[in-house]
Ligand binder design. Structure first.
Ligand code: SF4
Ligand code: SF4
Length: 94
C-alpha cells in the first residue's frame, strides 16, 4: 500500500522489527523519540531471560534492554534508528 508525504510524494516506511538484546545498552534514546508507544524497557537476568522491572522482587536483573512492546503501533518513521548509538535495531518495509 503506497504511503505519501503531505505534498504527495511517495515514501517507504521502515518499521521496527526487533532489537538485538546483545547490542542494546538500554540507553532509552529510542524510547524518548518514539511518539507511538512501541517500545518498553525490560530487565535481563543472568540467563538472558527478560523480566518486567516491576516484577523483579528478587533483584535478578543484571542489565536493562529496550524491547518492542507494540510492533503494530509503529508507523515506520525510523526516528529510533537515527538515535541508536549501537545499531541494535532491525527495520523493514511492511
Ligand atoms: S520507527 Fe518510529 S514509530 Fe516505529 S518504533 Fe521507531 S520511532 Fe517509534
Ligand atoms: S537507542 Fe539503541 S541502544 Fe539505546 S535503548 Fe534504544 S535500541 Fe537500545
Amino acid at each position: 500500500m503506497p504511503v505519501y508525504t503531505r505534498d504527495g510524494r511517495e515514501w517507504q516506511p521502515q518499521y521496527l522489527i526487533s532489537i538485538n538484546p546483545e547490542l542494546c545498552i538500554g540507553c532509552g534514546r529510542c524510547y524518548k523519540v518514539c511518539g507511538h508507544n512501541v517500545l518498553g524497557l525490560y530487565g535481563v537476568d543472568e540467563d538472558g531471560q527478560l523480566i518486567d522491572p516491576e516484577e523483579d522482587d528478587d533483584g535478578d536483573i543484571i542489565k536493562t534492554v529496550m524491547t518492542v512492546q507494540d510492533e503494530g503501533a509503529c508507523i515506520g518513521c525510523s526516528a529510533c534508528a537515527r538515535v541508536c548509538p549501537t545499531k541494535s535495531q532491525i527495520h523493514a518495509a511492511a
